[in-house]
Design a protein around this ligand. Sequence first.
Ligand code: 1PR
Length: 553
Amino acid sequence: MGIGTVHVLDLESGNLRSLSNALTKLDYEVKWIKKPSDGLDEAEILLFPGVGNFGHFVSELWSRGFVEPLRAYIASGRRIMGICVGLQALFAGSTESPGVKGIGIIPTELQKFDDSTKSVPHIGWNSASLTNTEDEGLYSLCAESKYYYVHSYRADIEVPVREGWTVAVGTYNGEEFVGAMCKDNVFATQFHPEKSGVAGLRVLRAFLQGNRISNAQPLQTEIVKRNLGLTKRLIACLDVRTNDDGDLVVTKGDQYDVREKSATASSGGKVRNLGKPIEVAERYYLQGADEVTFLNITSFRNCPLVDTPMLEVLRKTSETVFVPLTIGGGIRDLIDPDGTKISALDVASVYFRSGADKVSIGSDAVIAAEQFYERGQVLSGETAMEMISRSYGAQAVVVSVDPKRVYVSSPEATKHHVIRTSYTGPNGEEYAWYQCTIKGGRELRDLDVRQLVTAVEKMGAGEILLNCIDKDGTNSGFDLELINDVKDAVKIPVIASSGAGKPEHFLEVFEKTNTDAALGAGMFHRNEYKVADVKNYLSEHGLLVRNEPELAL
Ligand code: 1PR
């Protein structure tokens, strides 16, 4: 028996499992409301979560007859908390979906972030700071904490403040936005408290308990100023597969070869075993990882979807790990061994329902991009990326890229986009292009990385996970030339991956490229460094990172 009951609006959008896990962790029992007659009348505390596209979400509210009952609920004085698009739906509308009316208790529209100087969507850990010195603190929001955001449209603070709302602000490269806001019985956060580690759980708990000014943080302008803005995001990645004994293990390759090298040792030739996925993920969460990514690296071998062991890994991990989880490997149209066809959208839905916040698409994205060019750069509307981002939002779709360097003597020697490289090729070549691969690097394709990333951005990808086969597992640092080239080509955030061997490599990639996030694997799996070591190092060198000062709830 929990300590209380909370009603949660369920419009089947995105990952409600994480919210439910967070509420279970806080000892609350969840009652789902799919239609107004599901108990909205008797609700005393209502959570109103939303993800994805404003128009899609708000149209669902209208078509299920929720708008008037929600207005009545709010007017009754009972507590309600909007989350992400749940906050946005309280506004009159959004330029994301012209003509679609929101609930409208704040008479202004959301605007898109300016993407001329920064990546959009705004993804990652940012502040929600009370900047009005009269404010006494709000539902445990802490000036020193960071919260997880993912959105492309922002609510301006001016109108809510004028309308008497208490507003906690975030800033993203000079643009301010509402991070959280409160007036009487209505509280809303643009960030995801259920994905914001301990800091987010504290906010959720304070709201559930009705402690509006609990743990009030005296406003210290210096702390607020120092902590403003988006942090550099650090991601721990777990390549997962079944080993020769049939166990699901975290592994790590050298340039994608995950088998032990020594043929004489007893372990020679076997799949490297670096731990159990759920335990390893929890360890990185506790060390301060901003996100955890699982890549099911042998996904191209068919097995029935419902038996995919990664589903259980996600379910269990999401019970204890309260930061975003990405799952990659096998996100494409599938045919189960019994002949049942399952669309990529349905595959993704199964993963979201099991606790994933994002899906990462590798091979299927390359094939889709090739077809996009064959059609003369025309969208089909039917690729996995397009379908998943239409239903769940672009932020839920990551494209994982596995490129290999190809050296050429001059730009004319290839039809592909080349870079001039300072690491010359084996025959002194000064130019290189990056060739896309599929099936974990096993198959080379006639497509360069720039063609791929520009095509998938058009198809609705929200983020690029940029691996590099040449650098993978080498501990020699990231391929800065590749990262700069890709950053140059797209507006969506890029995660630098492959080659991290020590904290200095993370500092280098953040200083010498505009990457939005960086990912490490081997150096963490081998216990050479903890995630916190990297964060401390970056912080000592003046970079803004998320370092939760207090881990106890
Ligand atoms: O093609 O959609 O089924 O997805 C398969 C996914 O599995 C892709 O994302 C692909 O990158 C990944 N994958 C396939 N084979 C391998 C392999 O290693 N044999 N792993 C593989 C790719 C890349 C990173 C790695 C970093 C950092 N792993 O996630 O962890 O390179 O490593 P490091 O810091 O130790 O250098 P699909």
